[in-house]
Design a protein around this ligand. Structure first.
Ligand SMILES: [Zn+2]
Length: 134
């Protein structure tokens, strides 16, 4: 990959990382505020639902953050932009849509097909979340 392209993706990834970290901090301070003085069981239940929801988002973002960090490491080591499975260069157009991707489109499709047959019973939600985060 061209140096200028690498720099382009590095900038996007650094920006995404910053954003995630900022958002992550918001989620955590939000949770702290929620350690509140709720005594009504109904309020507490509602609060609990809200919290587990926040935690789920948090978990998803943590995973995405890891992917972003990994991608930045790959840029540093010069291995960014290559498919983990077949070793081919990933198309720039694909990377522009999904900078953290580690597979070329073909391998990703094959991978998803395999996942679908192997983990057929796995929940669609989980699958969707992963597709989102790559
Ligand atoms: Zn591939």
């Amino acid at each position: 990959m061209e140096r200028t392209d690498l720099e382009f993706f590095r900038k996007i990834l650094v920006q995404q990382k910053d954003e995630l970290l900022r958002k992550g901090l918001c989620v955590f301070s939000d949770l702290r505020e929620k350690e509140s003085n709720l005594t009504d069981p109904l309020d507490m239940a509602a609060d609990y639902t809200h919290q587990s929801c926040t935690l789920q988002i948090c978990d998803r973002e943590r995973r995405f953050l890891k992917n972003v960090t990994d991608a930045l490491e790959l840029i540093k080591s010069g291995e960014y932009g290559y498919c983990e499975t077949c070793g081919e260069e990933i198309l720039l157009a694909r990377l522009k849509v999904q900078p953290v991707t580690r597979h070329c489109l073909e391998c990703k499709i094959n991978l998803e097909k395999r996942e679908k047959t192997t983990f057929y019973s796995a929940s669609i939600t989980t699958h969707r979340m992963e597709a989102d985060c790559e």
